[in-house]
Design a protein around this ligand. Structure first.
Ligand code: TLP
Length: 353
């Protein structure tokens, strides 16, 4: 394998930029559990202002942000409506059940976008036999549906109708800034009707760690206690928050480059016999369906790794390509060509279909 593989496994692999490293080295810090870290406080103020909510809480990971939000809005024994391929349902180690004591009620969609028509029949009215719906979680962009973006009106309608029934909405906006760049809208517009929003600094925005949970002041004050319970009181976390501030101020606009690179990858892969791209490519994620090649995704992933290209399988017949700051356009194209070549080679030599 070459020295520096082309790593398209996730945008979580991005390393801090030189500007981030400088800011981290110089960060003014204090004990954040006492609320005394000036850099964390600055990051939280900036995040709340950008997303248009009263307050924000810096958390170590997106998973912790979602976990706290679900706990905040629910009571034990309720149901949480989410999309069937959502991160909260599939990739957070059942935290909805473990921490909040709730049952996830997943709803399958074609493209990850849950609209009110799909949600309404799953809402549980009060009654002696079922657990009431406590919360709806939406994911924008939708990771496993290929980075698809919620139309603002669809998102707003879900929130308004849920609120009319007294149900809260949490937005898993791990990649919300990608959605904002795609729609060319301010991020606050995409967040305004949700009760709480989690977004990640450590994905396309390039910070080494950290996410932010934003929402009403009272809810965020309670969230601070849950963060401590979960072991997320990070003390001199200003060294991380300093990178987060650079992520917010300098890294948002360039996400468009990642989106262009993803589209370029998809264009190449669409031409490969046996390969299909099942979802719209709107942001920085391309889901690649290889079922018609007869070569399992895991096998392709291993063969690519041997050739210096890292791409994860996300199912028996699916791979996920994620573009980001640490891969150039040229590397993305090279990786796509490599995938095309490996598919053709394995179909010939191993009798894939
Ligand atoms: N996603 C990771 C993996 O966990 C799958 C990735 O490589 O994409 N919400 C969404 C929509 C996410 O994609 C992720 C991470 C999270 C939440 C959790 O963030 P972290 O990894 O910071 O806990």
């Amino acid at each position: 394998m070459p020295d520096r593989p082309i790593d398209l496994r996730s945008d979580t692999v991005t390393k801090p930029t030189a500007a981030m490293r400088r800011a981290m080295a110089q960060a003014e810090v204090g004990d954040d559990v006492y609320g005394e870290d000036p850099t964390v406080n600055r990051l939280e103020e900036r995040a709340a202002e950008l997303v248009g909510k009263e307050a924000a809480l810096f958390v170590p990971s997106g998973t912790m942000g979602n976990t706290i939000a679900i706990k905040l809005h629910t009571r034990h024994g309720q149901e949480v409506i989410c999309e069937a391929r959502s991160h909260v349902f599939n990739y957070e180690l059942a935290m909805t059940a473990w921490f909040a004591g709730c049952l996830a009620r997943p709803i399958a969609t074609e493209d990850g976008i849950l609209d009110w028509r799909a949600i309404e029949p799953a809402i549980r009215p009060p009654g002696p036999h079922w657990a009431p719906t406590g919360l709806i979680v939406l994911e924008n962009t939708h990771n496993m549906a290929g980075g698809t973006v919620y139309p603002v009106a669809t998102f707003r309608e879900v929130c308004e109708r849920a609120h009319a029934l007294g149900i809260k909405v949490h937005l898993d906006g791990a990649r919300l800034f990608n959605a904002a760049v795609y729609l060319k809208r301010p991020v606050r517009e995409l967040a305004e009707s949700a009760d709480t929003v989690m977004f990640c600094l450590s994905k396309g925005l390039g910070a080494p760690a950290g996410s932010v949970l934003v929402g009403p002041r009272e809810a965020i004050a309670e969230a601070r206690l849950y963060r401590k319970r979960l072991g997320g009181g990070m003390r001199q976390a200003g060294v991380l928050a300093a990178a987060g501030l650079i992520a917010l101020d300098e890294m948002r606009d360039r996400l468009e480059e990642d989106h262009e690179n993803a589209r370029a990858v998809a264009e190449i892969l669409r031409e490969v016999p046996g390969v299909t791209i099942p979802h719209r490519v709107e942001t920085n994620i391309v889901i690649v369906d290889v079922s018609a090649t007869g070569v399992p995704a895991e096998h392709l992933s291993q063969e690519l790794r041997r050739r210096g290209v890292l791409i994860n399988p996300v199912g028996p017949w699916r791979l996920r390509v994620v573009t980001h700051y640490d891969v150039t356009r040229e590397e993305c194209l090279r990786a796509a060509q490599m995938l095309a070549g490996v598919v053709a080679h394995l179909r010939r030599t191993e009798g894939g279909s």
